[in-house]
Design a protein around this ligand. Sequence first.
Ligand SMILES: [Zn+2]
Length: 281
Amino acid sequence: MVTVGLRITCIIVLLVELVGCASESIKPVRLYVFHCGTIDVKDVSVFHPGIGKGEHKILTDSCYLIVHPKGSLMWDTGISDELAKLPEGKTMYEVFTFRMTQPLAVQFQEIGVSPASVQFLGISHLHSDHVGNANLFPQAQLLIQKEEYAAGFGPEPAKFGFDPSSYPTLKNNPVKQLEGDYDVFGDGKVVIKRMLGHTPGHQALFVKLAKSGNILLSGDMVHFTDNWVHKYVPGFNFDKQQSLKTMQAAEKFLTDNNARLWIQHDLEQNNTLKHVPEYYE
Ligand SMILES: [Zn+2]
């Protein structure tokens, strides 16, 4: 009787483990949207030379956490939380004023996730409005195109609009330098897309969600809807021709994959999205 009882117990334990495994494997991918600052643009014509000279525009800055059953990925890290101490903001390159009102670290507390538990850090590019809080993820593996890494950590970062003092800890992160698209968890649900032009190794992020559908997070492949519609290339982009080619390829990619484009700096579009503590699945 003792042996039979033991066997039944073993079978029950096995079943519980199997059910646990099954529910684990069907956990949907989750996408959180964070407020990561605002950018006050004094002269919008920097985004489309010759058009809108002297016109003012406010952009948002957004960043994202993707939680996959096999791990998690932070996508961009916004403007530095340190700027929350400067209500008047910080003016950069005379045209842009960066402001931070909702520190990223506080938003992480709201969703009960520790930045230290995030395994991967995907950075669309190294401009300071995308790496401001990279220091919250010192243990995460940095996923970056090799050209971006070479430019950001090479002899002349300023030539590409990079300021290494805005990413002082990034050099110490474990890193995987990419030479193309990269399927982060191996199931096609979270894929880094090589989309060059804005900077030497710019990239975007494709996410497949079970209920909310397919989404492409733009990085700075484009900054706002009007530029996307007209395929305008900002005057400060690294490679104008490549930027245009990338936008055309992205448009085809969106059609082929039945995906929507979330433009990371587009204030009006971003205002229509759910932000933390809510999420998309
Ligand atoms: Zn940006």
